[in-house]
Design a protein around this ligand. Structure first.
Ligand code: MV4
Length: 663
């Protein structure tokens, strides 16, 4: 076996490859960009080489630098992971020239599958089913229109050089054909520098089903069966599962046979995926072959009990496949969800920032038979930078059947907690629990069709979440005031009994009033009074009793936010801190009111003083700290209502103030 390999990638897949190499006793060399000097993947390897600036073009896509790093460290082989250089024919050739093993397919197979129409012709010859259509060289508009008429509408126009959904046009009728063709050709030349198109029968509500194949250098090729990746958004996979719901043994056999024929037609070696587009009736057609290991490979590993990276290393070293086809069986059901730093409510815009707080569900390595697996390239405190894919982790669960896998996924998502940036966790939760996914009524349009269910309006925070935030706030104040949770009797703040608290989210503001009692606090929420008792804290974890009932959760503070995790949901609650906002106090009926209970320690102006906005007017002491009340606007102090040394209750008017009228 290899003694040392270089991993030409970053993030989750680099960590994934390093873990298998370690298990097999293979030394690993990481490469890293300037943005990744402290990255998790660097720490996962035995050695690391800096390869350039943050921009991928100048680092992870710089094949020459990576080959130099491999040669300099004495690595025998390069694992490209996915993305970056994994399907780069020239890189595969350059590795071989440098005497390094490229852990991937032969360069000729990468090339053969690189062009859509050429690949289709090859597949046609190999007997792999294709969508009825035309993918020849003749690009004459009248000829193409006649071909489209023969196929029957709707017809799909695709850029021959395209991929990932770019340059596609649905044509509903012969009358629309010429205009759609011209538009498709324009996009194709702009995007790919090649205006050739192909025609296909357009499938309504298709599914994306792909077959994992593996071939060795002895001509053996096996199928590790299918994955259903129908749940996508703008051609980005969101959920993947294996096996495909509704798949029959006969259909699986037919798809596997077709995939193996596709691989053999290009003399494939290594891990590959043959993508099919499937009709709801199960009929399927070749779309393309991905000549690399894929992001979603863990679901296949979980249902087949294999380590596909170990297979890649073995095959690349020149060993035969670890298992024969008859030794491969399916066990249970696996689902993967891709957790991203992105904001679903803002069009899935990537969310850049740092993972200030990251808690993931209990996960043990898949080989131990654990049912939850997390593949991630980041840890708490790490940044999600604008330079690379903003994936935080892949969450993969296994169950005896789909139903069990689904409930484990729901549970695991409920335990996935992030503070510091927006994530798609709540969206994924809704997605896996929505009707069509739960009942496996899958197709590639699911997310768009169920938009309303997947984007419900923000709800007001439940009282339990508010209680957790309040308890945490009082606990955090216990460095300056006695902790109400540590008191046994009669505690009150500065002799005051009451205090107002405001927590807001996108659904509105919760106006609470707090009353300190010997046995805890009472929380008034509108007409209701809730008793809040026995709060206990352990890191971010909080336990308390609300009206006698146990409430559990976690609370993380981030500036003015209390991030409450409770009942599997994340409630980011903005606390309107009266101290922080004291200077902005509203002029209520010409009066400034005490933001909190306290004592007047200084009066800085006299009655009748004309002041400008921001002028300090008086100083209060509350919670053993001094708070200055500033003029909220330009105006005149009409009357001072307290003297130095007076106690004031929260909300008490302190002085009357009249704003200068705008000229
Ligand atoms: C199709 C199709 C319907 N009919 N071809 C999109 C990406 C490209 N690789 C192939 N794609 C499609 N080809 C025919 N003849 C619908 C899609 C399609 C799709 C396919 C797989 C996964 C997600 C998709 C989302 C929209 C459209």
């Amino acid at each position: 076996m290899f003694k040392k390999i270089l991993i030409a990638n970053r993030g989750e897949i680099a960590c994934r490859v390093a873990a298998t190499a370690r298990r097999l006793g293979i030394q690993t060399v990481a490469v890293y960009s300037e943005a990744d000097a402290n990255a998790r993947h660097v720490m996962s390897c035995d050695e690391a080489v800096a390869i350039g600036p943050a921009a991928a073009k100048e680092s992870y896509l710089n094949g020459a630098r990576i080959i130099d790093a491999a040669l300099a460290t004495g690595a025998q082989a390069i694992h490209p992971g996915y993305g970056f250089l994994s399907e780069n024919e020239a890189f595969a050739v350059a590795c071989a020239k440098a005497g390094l093993v490229f852990i991937g397919p032969p360069a000729s197979a990468i090339r053969a599958m690189g062009s859509k129409s050429a690949a289709k012709s090859l597949m046609e010859k190999a007997g792999v089913p294709l969508v009825p259509g035309y993918h020849g060289e003749n690009q004459d508009a009248d000829f193409l229109q006649k071909e489209a008429d023969k196929i029957g509408y709707p017809v799909l126009l695709k850029a021959s050089a395209g991929g990932g959904g770019k340059g596609m046009r649905i044509v509903e009728s012969s009358a629309d054909f010429k205009a759609a063709l011209a538009s498709c050709q324009r996009e194709a030349i702009n995007s790919f520098g090649d205006d050739r198109v192909l025609l296909e029968k357009y499938l309504q509500r298709p599914r994306h089903i792909e077959i994992q194949v593996f071939a060795d250098s002895f001509g053996d090729c096996v199928s590790l069966f299918e994955r259903d990746c129908s749940v996508q958004r703008r051609h980005q996979k969101v959920l993947e599962e294996a096996p495909a719901p509704g798949m029959t043994a006969e259909r699986r056999q037919a798809m596997s046979d077709a995939a193996i024929a596709a691989a053999k037609a290009v003399s494939y070696v290594g891990a590959g995926t043959v993508e099919f587009i499937a009709n709801q009736d199960g009929s399927f057609y070749f779309m393309e072959m991905n000549t690399r290991l894929q992001v979603e490979h863990p679901v296949t590993e979980m249902v087949t009990g294999t380590d596909l990276v170990a297979w890649q290393l073995q095959v690349a070293f020149g060993l035969p496949l670890p298992k024969k086809q008859h030794e491969l069986t399916l066990h249970g059901h696996a689902i993967e969800a891709r957790i991203y730093a992105e904001n679903p409510e803002k069009g899935f815009l990537p969310s850049i920032g740092s993972l200030q707080y990251l808690r993931t569900p209990q996960a043990v390595h898949f080989e131990t038979g654990a049912s939850v697996r997390i593949d991630s390239g980041v840890r708490e405190g790490d940044a999600i930078s604008p330079f690379y894919d903003p994936m935080i982790a892949k969450l993969i669960v296994w169950g005896e059947d789909r139903e069990q896998a689904l409930s484990r996924m729901a549970q695991a998502l409920a335990e996935f907690q992030v503070v510091g940036l927006a994530t798609n966790v709540a969206f994924l939760s809704r997605l896996i629990q929505c009707g069509p996914f739960a009942t496996a009524d899958l197709d590639t349009g699911l997310i768009e069709r169920y938009h309303d269910v997947l984007f419900p309006p923000v709800q007001p925070a439940p009282q339990a979440a508010l209680a957790l935030a309040v308890a945490t706030l009082l606990h955090s104040e216990s460095s300056t005031e006695p902790d109400p949770w540590a008191q046994t009797s009669g505690w009150r703040m500065n002799g005051q009994w009451q205090r107002g608290l405001q927590f807001s989210n996108d659904a509105g503001v919760a106006e609470l009033s707090l009353q300190y009692l010997p046995e805890g606090v009472a929380l008034r929420d509108g007409p209701e009074t809730l008793s809040l008792q026995d709060a206990r804290f352990d890191g971010a974890a909080v336990a308390l009793r609300l009206n006698g009932k146990a409430v559990l959760g976690s609370v993380v503070r981030e500036q003015e936010f209390f991030h409450v995790f409770h009942g599997g949901q994340h409630w980011p609650l903005r606390w309107r801190d009266p101290i922080a906002h004291a200077g902005e106090a509203e002029v209520e009926g010409g009066r400034l009111t005490a933001p909190m209970p306290g004592k007047i320690v200084a009066l800085l102006v006299a009655a009748g003083a004309e002041v400008v906005q921001g002028t300090p007017l008086l100083i209060m002491e509350a919670m053993k700290m001094e708070h200055t009340i500033n003029a909220p606007a330009d105006g005149t102090v009409a009357e001072l209502l307290y003297a130095v040394g007076d106690q004031v209750a929260e909300g008490a008017p302190l002085l009357s103030f009249s704003m200068t009228e705008a000229a």
